[in-house]
Design a protein around this ligand. Structure first.
Ligand SMILES: Cc1cc2nc3c(=O)[nH]c(=O)nc-3n(C[C@H](O)[C@H](O)[C@H](O)COP(=O)(O)O)c2cc1C
Length: 213
């Protein structure tokens, strides 16, 4: 394993509340997802992947519930999951042709490493489920950023497989759990062009403008 991140600090360690860094600013300001068909080998696996997930899990988390977990797919696991996807698709779409089923089976093969991030809220807890689900979303984004910082390209996809009870069962989800996304990681085989983004002023209002009508 190549250690790419600092060792997780021991509980109680005095932590810096800011960490000014030109590299970190560039990472954030220039972040871009990879195209879903542009992720080649290698991808993170084994201890390297565990390190990435450890960093990804350092998210805001109201009342420390850690309301998320991961299922990882590397190597042959991807093809096995692909067969499950195709099987479920075929059950829903009996007249699907072979090309279509091959496409479904190939979904997890689009990257060497696929991580299913599962939102796993404590439904009975006083922390609202919405907050817990937001924390799972933060894990997805943190995982992408950590991967990019470690040299891996990635993209967060859901597609129909994130919203199907049969897939949930196949992945062992329990009541209240939901798939937050599949994070596909690998080595970039293309450079994505920048995409259109709204000026932030179009998405922002000062409170004084709201109260003055
Ligand atoms: C929850 C979530 C689910 C997504 N699912 C898909 C998807 O299924 N297919 C897809 O093409 N893009 C999906 N995206 C969008 C991509 O991850 C990516 O954000 C988009 O291609 C824009 O690229 P950018 O992240 O560089 O801005 C999803 C994004 C989010 C946040």
């Amino acid at each position: 394993m190549t250690q790419r991140f600092p060792t997780p600090p021991a509980r109680g360690t005095c932590m810096l509340p800011t960490r000014p860094s030109a590299e970190a600013r560039a990472l954030l300001a220039l972040r871009r997802s990879a195209g879903k068909n542009t992720l080649g080998s290698p991808g993170p696996a084994g201890a390297d992947l565990q390190e990435l997930l450890t960093v990804a899990a350092r998210v805001p988390d109201h009342r420390r519930l850690e309301p998320w977990r991961f299922v990882t797919f590397t190597g042959e696991e991807r093809a096995a999951f692909g067969q499950t996807i195709a099987h479920i698709y075929k059950a829903d779409t009996p007249d699907a042709d072979d090309a279509c089923l091959a496409m479904e089976a190939g979904r997890p093969l689009r990257a060497p490493t696929v991580i299913c991030v599962i939102s796993s809220p404590d439904l009975a807890h006083k922390t609202p489920v919405w907050e817990q689900e937001l924390s799972a979303g933060a894990v997805c984004q943190n995982l992408l950023l950590a991967a990019n910082a470690a040299g891996w390209a990635g993209v967060w996809l859901t597609e129909w497989i994130a919203f199907h009870a049969g897939i949930d069962t196949a992945l062992g989800l329990t009541a209240g759990e939901r798939i937050a996304g599949f994070i596909y990681l690998g080595t970039a085989t293309a450079t994505p062009p920048e995409r259109p983004r709204a000026p932030i002023a179009d998405k922002t209002r000062a409170y004084s403008d709201i109260v003055s009508g």
